[in-house]
Write a protein that binds this ligand. Structure first.
Ligand code: ATP
Length: 472
């Protein structure tokens, strides 16, 4: 199920252009020319993201937004506005709008924003991941790298060995955003190329009562709502790869059934007695500790052992700092091409910053940071100021009318409408100093806590703090 997007605008041309642009990315597009039309679509279709024009013929966009949120608190909302005045901007951000884009904007900017909303919003991201869509980031021309750290070289060596054992189950473990899904796809590519399907399911997002049918499929009429027969994960994966993400979330009763499938290499659709052979390789991933879940009685020990034939551990990025720049460079090349920017690299300060960041969101966070920097930069080198950004809503509350059309987090130099490197650095220093001291104050003087709050290692935090304390 790809995400459903609703655009509400009274200009049919805008509706058509936006629909054409976003459909290319696999979103299901719904359009409405008025608030009333929007509400009637909304009543019948699960909408994940609404793109709202601020001025509609029959209702103020803000009222429509409140009605949507009242009915579906987790709906994502982005406004497409003319230049908002300060009050409007403040009110939008305060009321929890996810993003807004100031007209005129380019379609590229719009799609970048939509992707960013889904990337940064956990719940909605899961919707995308529920079914497999090739992720273009995995297709760097000339191949892509996992990095050059010892840990990742070992992972790479093991992955290269796996095509010889296409039935072997693989367990991928490691914190969120470390690249487990990327590795799963890489194993599939090396084993089957595009000759067999790769099918993905996220066990944490499928409602419990639908999970069995998602895994094993069902026959028409086997339960209320089963209007058609449906293949499940194992059948759809055929002789390719069945990837079960967040396996730790699988319901205990289904764990037993799943174990039997792994042992017998066959299964039955719900409501059907026919046995279907299971030919796919199973890859499971989790960012939880399965032994821990076993101890708590939330995960079957026998299933854990059955899955754990080959375990690949993806360490957090802060434990493999030598990979950071390789990955950052890779993302820079990718996004520079994608956004058609002439970029040659990073400044020394930017490199220093990247190497000192802790990246609690791991590669996902690094990737987002570089994408935003590429969008916002005006120079051929990514500057420190392009990487360090204020919290987006804070920025907009302070300088709403200065928000660039791209809506990318502002660099301070741009916030003030100045682009000189010197001025940028000066402003950045003030901003950084303020952020460090604020974090320190909120952490009651605890430097480790404050460092985590601003995304730096304790040493980097301490070093920077000293610099500002000496300058006082
Ligand atoms: N080696 C890599 N090269 C390029 N992009 C990568 C690489 N590793 C990870 N990424 C990118 O980082 C992001 C997070 O990766 P991925 O979804 O594979 O992490 P994960 O460990 O499965 O996370 P989660 O536990 O939250 O599901 C994705 O956008 C992915 O494309």
């Amino acid at each position: 199920m790809n995400p459903n997007l609703l655009i509400v605008d009274d200009d049919p041309l805008i509706l058509e252009l936006i629909t054409g642009e976003l459909e290319q990315f696999g979103y299901n597009m719904f359009t409405a020319g008025s608030g009333r039309e929007a509400m009637s679509i909304f009543q019948t279709t699960p909408i994940h993201l609404a793109l709202l024009d601020y001025s509609l013929p029959d209702v103020c966009g803000e009222n429509l937004f409140r009605r949507l949120r009242a009915q579906k608190p987790d709906i994502l909302v982005m406004f497409l506005t003319g230049n908002p005045n300060l009050e409007t901007a403040v009110s939008l951000m305060k009321s929890g709008v996810n993003d807004y884009l100031t007209k005129p904007f380019s379609l590229k900017q719009l799609s970048a924003h939509v992707r960013a909303i889904f990337e940064t919003n956990g719940a909605a991201r899961e919707v995308i991941r529920h079914e497999y869509k090739p992720d273009p980031i995995s297709w760097f021309p000339g191949g892509y790298s996992f990095g050059n750290s010892k840990a990742m070289r070992e992972v790479d060596a093991q992955i290269r060995n796996l095509p010889r054992y296409p039935d072997t189950t693989v367990l991928l473990t490691g914190p969120t955003g470390t690249g487990k899904s990327v590795v799963a796809r890489r194993i599939h590519e090396l084993t089957w190329g595009n000759k067999a399907p790769f099918v993905e399911i996220d066990c944490s997002t499928i409602p419990r009562d639908l999970c069995e049918s998602e895994l094993f499929g069902h026959e028409k009429g086997s339960f209320t709502g089963a209007l058609r027969s449906k293949q499940g994960l194992f059948e759809a994966a055929a002789n390719g790869t069945a990837f079960l993400d967040e396996i730790g979330e699988l319901d205990l009763s289904l764990q037993a059934k799943f174990l039997r499938v792994l042992e017998a290499r066959q299964f039955k659709r719900v409501g059907c007695e026919r046995t279907i052979p299971m030919s796919a390789r199973v890859i499971a991933a989790t960012n939880q500790s399965l032994p821990g879940l076993v101890r708590e009685g939330r995960f079957r020990e026998d299933l854990y052992f059955r899955l754990n034939v080959v375990e690949l551990w993806m360490p957090p990025l802060r434990e493999r700092r030598e990979d950071m720049l390789i990955l950052a460079r890779q993302f820079l090349n990718y996004y520079a091409r994608r956004y058609e920017k002439e970029l040659t690299g990073f400044t020394v300060e930017a490199v220093d910053y990247l190497q000192n960041c802790d990246f609690p969101g791991n590669i996902r966070e690094l990737r987002n940071m570089i994408e935003r920097a590429v969008i916002s930069t005006n120079t051929s080198l990514i500057q420190l100021a392009d990487l360090v950004s204020l919290n987006r809503s804070e920025q907009r509350l302070q300088h709403p009318t200065d928000a660039p059309a791209s809506g990318a987090p502002l660099t301070l130099s741009k916030t003030n409408g100045q682009t000189s490197a010197e001025t940028g650095t000066l402003n950045l220093a003030t901003l950084e100093r303020q952020k460090l001291f604020e974090a320190l104050a909120s952490a009651n003087g605890n430097k480790s806590k404050a460092a985590t709050m601003v995304g730096l290692s304790r040493t980097a935090f301490h070093r920077r703090l000293q610099k500002y304390q000496q300058a006082q």
